[in-house]
Design a protein around this ligand. Structure first.
Ligand SMILES: Nc1ncnc2c1ncn2[C@@H]1O[C@H](COP(=O)(O)OP(=O)(O)OP(=O)(O)O)[C@@H](O)[C@H]1O
Length: 250
């Protein structure tokens, strides 16, 4: 069997008396979309933060591509191939779509913000940024200020910014949050396309989207994974249905 691209081993994080991550172990296999679902406050965002390095776990390990990255800095994790999008839309409104992507690409090579202007004039950087915009269907919106994009386009731009770092693993924190039905359909189509090229860890509340996209699902409840399995296994799991999925979802 292939080695997991990401392995979480017995991760634990307490805030005071609250065990927010309570011994989470999870493998993300190369090429899969692995969804993490769970009720509000289950600890999903904290788990993503522990993977990206924003929150340090009290104990346990984060192993990425065979390397223990538990204590690595956030930029070092990005350089190793971890990219994320945020739950709250996170683009620079006053920059064009192209500039936003170029800025993200620069983060990967570690150059500082003040070299930004010079760098965007580089033909190669612009071409690479354009290619990434095309990947998410925004090529014809390259010169539009990010602040003027629709909500769904901003989410796609966030994904482009993440892709610009040339990730091996894409962490998506609620990419469909706040999207209307049409935008949701478009974003699901985009994620389906990205699925062919990237390994993805997806945190998402929209169960129809999760069932349509995920290869495997892990269910997090009060900081613990209560089940991991295929869509069919999770939908048919009585404990999951009782703890989380309503009859409508299942
Ligand atoms: N820095 C912190 N200090 C104290 N408590 C925290 C902190 N961060 C998160 N928590 C608590 O940890 C629990 C899990 O929060 P987290 O945001 O990870 O859950 P979540 O599953 O992402 O929720 P949601 O689906 O609502 O986004 C919550 O009870 C939250 O109040």
């Amino acid at each position: 069997m292939a080695e997991p691209l990401l392995r979480l081993a017995d991760l634990r994080k307490h805030y005071g008396g609250l065990a927010v991550t309570d011994g989470v172990s999870l493998d993300v296999m190369p090429g899969e979309i692995h969804a993490v679902i769970g009720p509000n406050g289950a600890g999903k965002t904290t788990l993503i933060h522990e993977i990206t390095g924003l929150v340090a776990p009290d104990s346990g390990q984060v192993v990425f591509a065979g390397r223990d990255i538990t204590r690595l800095s956030r930029p070092a994790r990005v350089r190793a191939g971890l990219a994320r999008t945020f739950q709250i839309t996170n683009v620079v409104a006053g920059f064009s779509a192209l500039e936003n992507v170029a800025l993200a690409a620069q983060a990967r090579v570690g150059s500082s913000f003040r070299f930004f202007r010079a760098a965007t004039s580089e033909v190669a950087l612009n071409e690479a940024a354009l290619a990434v915009l095309a990947e998410v269907g925004l090529a014809d919106r390259a010169t539009v200020l990010a602040g003027a994009l629709s909500h769904g386009e901003k989410r796609a731009l966030e994904m482009a910014a993440a892709l610009a770092t040339r990730p091996r693993l894409l962490l998506l924190d609620e990419p469909l949050a706040g999207a209307g039905p049409e935008e949701t359909a478009r974003l699901i189509a985009l994620l389906t396309r990205l699925k062919a090229a990237y390994t993805i860890l997806l945190v998402e509340h929209d169960m129809q989207a999760v069932f349509a996209l995920a290869d495997r699902i892990s269910v997090l409840v009060y900081g613990r994974i209560i089940a991991t399995g295929t869509v069919a296994e999770i939908r048919g799991n009585a404990e999951v249905r009782a703890a989380y999925l309503g009859e409508d979802d299942a």
